[in-house]
Design a protein around this ligand. Structure first.
Ligand code: FMN
Length: 164
């Protein structure tokens, strides 16, 4: 076993790891919560499930924990300003983040982006604490399919995915 790596090395390595950009949303009573996230991964087909890694400091994490449900909207390439907003770049937090973008509700009343490439509605089945983040495994209860090219993040920049 090695001695492990430092924070800067981790960040530099992960910056090269391309990620599909999503907005994870949840409900906190009457209010909505959401964050931009690339830590989203397919888990299993039976049952259909995915996982998300959410920083415990965020209101989104608290909302998912409380309601045991979350949605994932996969962004298309014109949505990069929205990705920045939901990452906190506009200095806007909580419900105010939703003032931009065309937000609709799924059957359970959780927010989904109308123009998302894919919208997943998930119920939490497992929760795991991992360092600064909580890993939520969600069973996919519904999927909404849209159109467009996915937005990708790599080396601190947004990219449009194109075929070779
Ligand atoms: C491209 C990108 C990907 C991100 N991925 C994640 C992620 O997977 N999980 C997470 O907890 N935060 C992730 N973040 C950071 C959150 O978006 C950020 O901490 C959060 O929106 C802050 O919200 P607040 O200002 O309302 O607390 C990501 C940010 C960016 C720009």
């Amino acid at each position: 076993m090695g001695m492990g790596i430092d924070h800067a090395t981790f960040r530099a390595a992960m910056a090269r790891f391309p990620g599909a950009v999503t907005i994870i949303t949840a409900r906190h009573g009457a209010e909505r919560r959401g964050i931009t996230a690339t830590a989203v991964c397919s888990v299993s087909a039976e049952p259909p499930s995915l996982l998300v890694c959410v920083n415990r400091k965020t209101g989104t994490c608290a909302a998912i924990r409380e309601h045991r449900a979350f949605n994932v909207s996969l962004l298309t390439d014109p949505a990069s300003p929205l990705a920045l907003r939901f990452a906190g770049a506009d200095g806007v937090t909580g419900e105010d983040k939703f003032a931009e973008g065309d937000w609709i509700e799924d059957a359970r009343g959780l927010p989904l982006l109308a123009e998302a490439l894919i919208g997943f509605s998930c119920d939490v089945t497992e929760t795991m604490e991992a360092g600064s983040h909580t890993v939520f495994i969600g069973e996919i209860m519904d999927v909404r399919l849209g159109e467009g090219a996915p937005l990708v993040y790599e080396q601190s920049r947004f990219h449009r995915l194109e075929p070779l």
